[in-house]
Design a protein around this ligand. Structure first.
Ligand SMILES: [Zn+2]
Length: 381
């Protein structure tokens, strides 16, 4: 490893602590965006903010940083998201001997500020050393946590990138997410028939009873190794003396395979409709696609580049399938092949969220090694 490219651990940690202490709930990313702009402009690179903020009703758009590189090499996309889940206002990061946590009143926001801090550090180092690298498009997205909205609003034609890497996965460094499920969301209304519960219950049909019957016949939870389904919310009813006339169900299904997702959606729809029919009532079932599946082909060169970078870091590579969606789903859906690399954050979306100092440093180093692995690949391409 070049001495000049050794990670400046103290600067990285300080930068990370600053980034997490700037609150950035989804749709409120402006302050952290301003910080990133300042840091990038100090290096002399231009930052564009797109129109995604208007699309989602937030106070910032996605940031796109274009870094010129080797003229003959394809442009590479690097991504992390700026927003966090709640409660993320007033984060007070605490540095322990081996890790960083919040003070227990908020999340930490290492998801995904560890990715943001690493990418800023990478840009600083590439700028300082002048090391050969591909042209880069570094994109910091908004609203990842509320349905990948920033990535969805990103204009594909504004990007030159041929392939890319997303830095937004937990677990040990060395994990490379190559598959992520498609998700669809269901909103259903099971209709019943209202009646007085004491004087004429036989004149009514309880929507609660119909829904309960239907749900008891539905395959839910883990459907198979590639497919899941969940009813997450039920609303309905007014009073104990009224036979309930409508129940709303909110559910989701996910699968790594589009046809299995389709099959699960049809199953849930059919059970609701047929059960309602047996009771002489009906159900309205509506599905919306949240995001597409992503699946990196077995022979993709992104696998060997990732494995080479991880090997340079001295770690084993572990290709994994994720059960969750990320910006990688949306970006690959837009036709840019990507993988999502683990950066070591733990217990995200909880007050116990933390990241090991070694993993914070390691993930920044991984980004450096990735640039070297890409350069090596392009040199021989
Ligand atoms: Zn994330």
């Amino acid at each position: 490893m070049d001495a000049v490219l050794t990670i400046d651990q103290e600067r990285l940690i300080a930068d990370f602590m600053t980034l997490v202490s700037i609150g950035s709930h989804s749709r409120e990313e402006a302050n952290v965006a301003a910080y990133i702009k300042g840091a990038v402009e100090e290096l002399g690179y231009s930052v564009e903010e797109d129109q995604a903020g208007d699309v989602v009703g937030g106070n910032s758009g996605n940031l796109i940083v274009r870094v010129p590189g080797h003229a003959d090499w394809p442009t590479v996309l690097l991504m992390a998201h700026m927003d966090t889940v709640a409660p993320g206002h007033g984060v007070r990061p605490i540095r322990h001997a081996d890790r960083i946590t919040s003070d227990g009143r908020t999340i930490l926001g290492a998801d995904d500020k560890a990715g943001v801090a690493g990418l800023l550090h990478l840009l600083t180092m590439l700028h300082a050393t002048g090391e050969d690298h591909p042209p880069l498009e570094v994109v910091f997205t908004i609203c990842e946590e509320v349905g990948l909205l920033g990535a969805k609003a990103l204009d594909r034609s504004s990007l030159k990138a041929n392939y890319g890497f997303v830095f937004d996965s937990g677990g040990p460094l060395g994990s490379v997410v190559t598959h992520g499920p498609a998700q669809a969301k269901m909103m259903a209304i099971v209709h019943g028939k209202a009646a007085h519960a004491g004087m004429a219950p036989e004149k009514g049909v309880s929507a609660i009873e119909v829904a309960a019957h239907a749900i008891s016949e539905m395959k839910l939870g883990r459907i198979d190794e590639r497919t899941t389904a969940n009813i997450g919310q039920i609303k309905g009813g007014f009073a104990t003396n009224i036979v309930c006339d409508a129940v709303e169900l909110y559910a989701e299904a996910r699968s790594l395979d589009d046809d299995r997702l389709q099959a699960q959606q049809s199953h849930m729809t059919q059970v609701l409709e047929q059960t309602a029919k047996r009771y002489g009532v009906h159900a309205d079932v509506e599905w919306t696609a949240s995001y597409p599946a992503f699946a990196l082909p077995e022979d993709s060169f992104l696998r060997s580049i990732s494995a080479n970078a991880i090997h340079r870091l001295g770690l084993p590579t572990n290709f994994v399938h994720s059960g969750g969606g990320s910006d990688a789903n949306v970006i690959s859906g837009k036709g840019i092949p990507v993988v999502n690399l683990a950066i070591g954050y733990q217990q995200i979306h909880t007050l116990e969220e933390w990241i090991a100092l070694d993993d914070l440093t390691g993930s920044a180093q991984l980004m450096v090694e990735l640039i070297r692995a890409i350069s090596e690949y392009e040199n021989h391409a």
